[in-house]
Ligand binder design. Structure first.
Ligand SMILES: *[C@@H]1O[C@H](CO)[C@@H](O)[C@H](O)[C@H]1NC(C)=O
Ligand SMILES: *[C@@H]1O[C@H](CO)[C@@H](O)[C@H](O)[C@H]1NC(C)=O
Ligand SMILES: *[C@@H]1O[C@H](CO)[C@@H](O)[C@H](O)[C@H]1NC(C)=O
Ligand SMILES: *[C@@H]1O[C@H](CO)[C@@H](O)[C@H](O)[C@H]1NC(C)=O
Ligand SMILES: *[C@@H]1O[C@H](CO)[C@@H](O)[C@H](O)[C@H]1NC(C)=O
Ligand SMILES: [Zn+2]
Length: 416
């Protein structure tokens, strides 16, 4: 009897094991024809931090103290990656533009140095070609509106350099847009979401064909953008607020708006956004996929791991090699092949295609030319060329100086 019981337990256990392997096999099978396009990876930031962007000081095949390297990307069936051209908020109004250019450059050099692995692309067609050639389609996302230094000319130039999304803020306001810290009371609202200039930034991104990314922004900014944008938007690395009420996550009413506007929320794996604690596991992340699918539909879910941008990742999702394990868990939760195809790649491709279509539709509209108000950017690090500031402070100073000189002359003439 006992023997039979043990045998039964062994049999059941092996069935469970077989089932587990089957899910993993099926995941790998699905990802063989439909690899993942992830919304946000901070390897470029690691390259700056560790090597001051000297690629020649490392080898991306053997780099082993990051979440990301080439063997891990291959094992993870990563077929597309938005690499973050991220520079911290303390560059704002200082060398943000230069440093962003350097991060764009290091991404492009990565593609040049490892052409057998990465293919830098900037269109839906480019992604599809990279898939077909078994290359990792590499795209550039600028993380933080401070990177354009309130300049539409800089935004347009970034587009020409291949930038295909811009996250409107990082963890600071820009002079035209408010960030998520405002919702926590840790930052003052300065623009009540998007300012008028900010709305023009969105329309200019629409006209250019640059995807708008709402990760990191305040809820009011999310709402303003969803209202203004002519194209669907993404959250490149954010999770569900209802499962973890962190202000970096997306509340239910916004999830519904994203669905309505055919946008996409790419789930962030960072423990602190997944469970609102320091610990998390793969199953907790799968809960966010299930939840967003329930509220906004499978057409609105994607992957946005935030690898190499966070200090903690969930058990079972230790690095970029683990995407197939997450797909296996979703299969276990009865996600269909079509739903997985969509969340792995097709949702992003759909959004990107629509963004490209809006660009085509707007082909005849003129570039936005009205600069931000001088008062918004005035600082020791900015000159005023092009602005008519004669009636502002400079004029006041000149007047004061003039009066001072007259006084001196008077004094002199009295003394002499
Ligand atoms: C890296 O650059 C240095 C200096 O330009 C050069 O001497 C060296 O050969 C390069 N190393 C590799 C591995 O390319
Ligand atoms: C990681 O890489 C460093 C530098 O190449 C090497 O010295 C070290 O042995 C590696 N560690 C492991 C665990 O492979
Ligand atoms: C994941 O963590 C949850 C607690 O949040 C726990 O209930 C669950 O058993 C864990 N799953 C695995 C597979 O470790
Ligand atoms: C998946 O579907 C099977 C068969 O219909 C069902 O027995 C199981 O409870 C479902 N699992 C989940 C997590 O929905
Ligand atoms: C999933 O995508 C692959 C690759 O495009 C395709 O071959 C397959 O038919 C798709 N499956 C479903 C169910 O949509
Ligand atoms: Zn981020």
């Amino acid at each position: 009897m006992a023997m039979k019981g043990i045998l039964l337990v062994l049999l059941l256990e092996s069935l469970v094991l077989v089932a587990a392997d089957t899910f993993k096999d099926e995941a790998l099978n699905i990802m063989a024809s439909c690899p993942v396009i992830d919304g946000h990876n901070d390897l470029p930031w690691q390259l700056l931090s560790k090597f001051n962007n000297q690629l020649n000081k490392t080898d991306l095949y053997t780099l082993n103290d990051t979440h990301t390297n080439i063997p891990k990307l291959r094992a993870g069936r990563v077929g597309g990656q938005f690499w973050a051209a991220y520079v911290p908020c303390d560059t704002q109004g200082k060398d943000a533009v230069k440093r962003t250019l350097e991060q764009i450059d290091v991404i492009q050099r990565m593609c040049e140095e490892y052409p057998e692995v990465f293919s830098c692309v900037d269109s839906v067609q480019g992604i599809e070609d990279a898939f077909a050639g078994n290359k990792i389609a590499s795209l550039i996302g600028v993380e933080g509106g401070h990177s354009i230094d309130s300049s539409l000319g800089t935004l347009r130039t970034f587009y020409k350099l291949g930038v295909r999304y811009m996250t409107l803020t990082h963890s600071c306001n820009a002079p035209w847009v408010d960030n998520w810290l405002v919702d926590r009371g840790d930052d003052q609202a300065e623009n009540n979401g998007l300012s008028e200039f900010g709305k023009n930034v969105i329309l200019e991104m629409n006209r250019l064909g640059m995807i708008v990314d709402l990760s990191h922004v305040s809820v009011k900014t999310m709402r303003d953008t969803l209202e203004v944008s002519k194209a669907p938007v993404i959250f490149s690395h954010s999770s569900a607020y209802s499962l973890c009420n962190h202000a970096r996550n997306v509340p239910d009413d916004l999830l519904k708006l994203v669905k309505e506007k055919r946008g996409l929320v790419m789930v962030n794996f960072y423990n602190d956004y997944v469970t609102c604690s320091k610990t998390a596991n793969l199953s907790n992340v799968a809960d966010h996929f299930d939840y967003i699918k329930k509220v906004a539909g499978y057409e609105s879910v994607g992957f946005g791991g935030d690898y190499d941008g966070v200090p903690r990742v969930p058990e079972g999702l230790e690095d970029v090699s683990k995407y197939p394990d997450l797909v296996a868990e979703l299969l276990r939760r009865n996600w269909t092949h079509a739903e997985l195809n969509a969340s792995l790649a097709y949702n992003l491709l759909r959004v990107f295609r629509e963004v490209e279509q809006v660009k085509t539709n707007m082909m005849t509209s003129d570039p936005k030319e009205v600069p931000i108000e001088y008062e918004k950017i005035k600082s020791d690090c900015h000159t005023s060329y092009g602005y008519d500031v004669s009636d502002v402070k400079d004029a006041a100073e000149r007047q004061l100086l003039g009066k001072g000189l007259i006084l001196l002359c008077l004094l002199y003439s009295l003394l002499v």
